[in-house]
Ligand binder design. Structure first.
Ligand code: HEC
Length: 709
């Protein structure tokens, strides 16, 4: 096993400057001789996003728009989990390290695909209950011979890069609280930094830095103020909470956590020795319930710059003051030096959920260009050039008036979510995996907080919302997805590749004038970066939502991507045609003239199971309400699932009251993420839900039969 035997030598191998800086920072630039079996040369992909700039751009160009028709599978590896696979692999010294659903980690020889090691943190299945948007994990970090992964249950784990053995573990939160980790840790000098998620449930966001060698906590930054009665936290955020944030909150937000989780973007900006964090939505979403409908609620929906050494506040830019639409600013942040009106500016770029494109001057947090929408936007008319604040439409302020449903475009799925966008310095364009959709919001009167469950204060979305697909269609409408090629200096869309439906993957751009992107239907495709022309496609047999990485070993360029459909669209949206049981996830690696092939795959039969006898309407109605309150967020609206979590109309368990009770009340499938509900539901309730789903199965079966007649 040659891999990382000499991790400290990597610095001597790196050739290109951008690779060299990243690798040196990661492993230290010691010199030493090469073991005989080591690859002669490696151009790696040492961090998620490819470098500290996280631009998802590889300068490699041996695979190009001219020869991409020769691109074929070099090797693949089957994973042992079937939920959403969201990680961008990293490649260091000839080894691919990748995390998968349930926070497992694999190491493979990047050239041959031989497994080097595998690590399972054994996250308890019940913890899946706390994950709003699937049990994915978006990647690992590497430094000083260690690989770091954030586990869903809050452990930050350092592994020996050679063996996968645990070096240290830090507890970043109490696993009994509804926090989760799905994001990747980031390396900042001698520290590893991690955030968390959970704002749908009612938590308070923060990031924490730990010592790389020991796992000891160095500092923590809270993104929103805590309970004023409890006094300061004794953390790096104390000063700015007092000076800026506290006065922007009203009411009793601290009872619901306030939100502001940092669940994805954390980037280290070497130029200014600062860490940029993307802060999430408010908890609950409803601004009236959260903050009496007053104040900006700092630092929700903001990019905040922290001193890399101390974690102290440096500057912030708030994209959506008084956030009420689940408009997170957690989407990936790309660091770049771009030309704006003749001058080179050091900027941070983000295409957040709210639909406007932000180019921020990294020296001071000010707007470098006036944000323009990159999709259709109806909640605001623009951003005020003087104040830098969005000009919000009155009717979009849904929690200020309790009698109407505001359908926002974009809505809670976001105009762009975590799926990485890419920036190519060759074309000067940012390539955004865009989603165009609408989402309804309505003030939830008589809101009551349910510990451990979704607490949005939005009557349209969950808990008390519409239950039929028709009704739901009015509050969630998917219009389409696209690759949006956006010019950040001019703030304008240059072209789009239009897709059907939503649920498309992150994007990799390469020096070969190529973009790579996965599709929910299982295709993995390449487009010309200059004009969006589709030039290559491969049937991966399972939707790929993660972004690809590219690397070179011994003169050959590779493209690697995870396949495995999932994420919030995968589990919450019923608008995926053809739901089917999916195979486990897979890592796919391509090269020119690669001649490996996948085994044949026949999706299994997936029939409906309507019960023989019709259930009484009153029982069905009771079941529909309970289903919406407790089951819908995982099994889909109107019992129609996109297939990542079982479609209950198609479950054999549906026709056995005994089996149903064992699963739904007793938690027989708890270790797989299906907890028992005996603390929330009784037998009568469980039977009512079964009756309701039975009738949905009958309706679906009937529709099928009518269609085929
Ligand atoms: C946090 C997500 C989540 C919630 C909420 C949830 N489930 Fe599940 N459920 C799952 C997962 C994951 C599985 C698949 C477990 C496995 O792989 O065996 C599952 C499986 C099931 C199954 C077995 C299906 C089969 O064919 O194997 C039934 C029945 C079921 N759920 C019913 C319900 C009901 C009823 C509710 C609401 C009271 C509910 N679930 C709420 C995640 C959830």
């Amino acid at each position: 096993m040659h891999i990382l035997e000499k991790v400290d030598c990597v610095g001597t191998k790196a050739k290109k400057l951008r690779i060299a800086f990243a690798v040196m920072a990661i492993f230290g630039a010691a010199s030493c001789s090469r073991a005989p079996t080591e690859p002669a040369s490696v151009e790696g992909w040492p961090t998620i996003g490819g470098s500290y700039r996280e631009d998802f751009y590889s300068p490699l160009k041996k695979i190009s728009a001219e020869n991409v028709d020769r691109l074929g599978l070099s090797w693949y590896a089957d994973l042992d989990t079937d939920r959403g696979q969201e990680a961008n692999p990293i490649i260091v010294d000839g080894v691919i390290y990748v995390s998968t659903a349930w926070s497992k980690v694999y190491a493979f020889d990047a050239k041959t695909g031989d497994q080097v090691w595998r690590f399972d943190p054994q996250v308890p299945g019940e913890k899946g209950f706390d994950a709003c948007c699937d049990v994915g994990n978006r990647g690992v970090a590497a430094a000083r011979g260690k690989i770091f992964v954030g586990a869903l249950d809050g452990r930050l784990i350092a592994l020996d890069a050679r063996t996968g053995a645990v070096v240290w573990t830090a507890k970043t939160f109490d696993p009994e609280t509804p926090y989760t980790i799905t994001g990747a840790p980031r390396i900042v000098k001698d520290r590893v930094i991690i955030g968390n998620g959970g704002a749908e449930y009612g938590v308070r966001g923060y990031v924490t830095a730990y010592d790389i060698e020991t796992g000891e906590k160095a500092w923590r930054f809270y993104t929103v103020p805590g309970d004023p009665a409890a006094g300061p936290d004794g953390e790096a955020s104390d000063a700015v909470m007092k000076e800026k944030a506290a006065s922007s909150w009203f009411g009793e937000w601290y009872k619901y956590g306030g939100g502001g989780t940092v669940w994805d973007a954390i980037v280290y900006d070497e130029d200014f020795d600062q860490v940029l964090i993307g802060v999430g939505n408010g908890s609950p979403w409803n601004y009236r319930i959260r903050s009496d409908g007053k104040g900006d609620n700092l630092f929700l929906s903001s990019i905040v710059a922290l001193d890399a050494e101390t974690g102290a506040y440096k500057w912030h830019y708030q994209e959506t003051p008084a956030e009420s639409w689940d408009f997170t600013a957690t989407q990936p942040i790309i660091l770049a030096d771009i030309e704006i009106e003749g001058a080179t500016r050091k900027v941070a770029m983000q295409a957040p959920k709210n639909g406007f494109f932000y180019v921020i001057d990294r020296s001071n947090g000010e707007l470098a260009t006036l944000p323009q929408p990159f999709v259709s936007v109806n909640w605001a008319t623009g951003v005020d050039a003087k104040t830098g604040r969005p000009i919000v439409n009155e009717e979009a302020k849904w929690s200020a008036s309790n009698d109407k449903n505001f359908v926002a475009r974009p809505g809670a799925y976001g105009a762009h979510s975590w799926h990485p966008m890419a920036y190519s310095p060759d074309t000067g364009l940012v390539y955004i995996p865009t989603q165009d959709h609408m989402f309804g919001y309505q003030d939830e009167m008589g809101f009551r907080f349910h510990a451990g469950e979704w607490n949005l204060g939005n009557a349209s979305a969950t808990n008390v919302g519409p239950t039929s697909v028709e009704e739901r269609g009015k509050s969630i409408k998917t219009i389409g997805a696209s690759i949006t090629a956006f010019d950040p200096s001019k703030q304008k869309t240059v072209w789009r590749v239009q897709h059907d439906g939503i649920g498309y993957g992150g994007i990799l751009a390469t020096g070969g004038n190529l973009l790579f992107q996965g599709e929910p239907n299982g295709m993995f495709s390449a487009y010309r970066a200059s004009d969006g022309e589709k030039v290559w496609s491969f049937d991966a047999q399972s939707g790929a939502v993660a972004a690809a990485a590219s690397y070179e070993i011994d003169g050959e360029q590779y493209v690697a991507v995870l396949a495995g459909f999932g994420g919030v669209v995968g589990i919450f949206s019923p608008y995926i045609k053809d739901p089917h049981v999916r195979p486990n996830g897979r890592l796919l690696v391509f090269k020119l003239d690669g001649d490996a092939s996948l085994p044949d795959y026949e999706p299994p039969e997936f029939p409906f199971y309507p019960p023989e006898d019709e259930a009484p309407p009153s029982q069905v109605a009771l079941g529909a309400g309970l289903y919406a309150g407790h089951c819908m967020r995982c099994h889909g609206a109107a019992a129609w699932s996109a297939g990542v979590i079982p479609d209950l109309r198609r479950s054999a368990v549906l026709i056995s009251p005994e089996a149903w009770e064992q699963v739904v009340l007793d938690g027989a499938l708890k270790s797989q993420g299906m907890v028992g509900f005996d603390d929330k539901l009784d037998q009568n309730d469980a039977e009512a839900i079964r009756a309701y789903i039975g009738e949905e199965a009958r309706a679906a079966q009937h529709a099928l039969t009518t269609l085929s007649e």
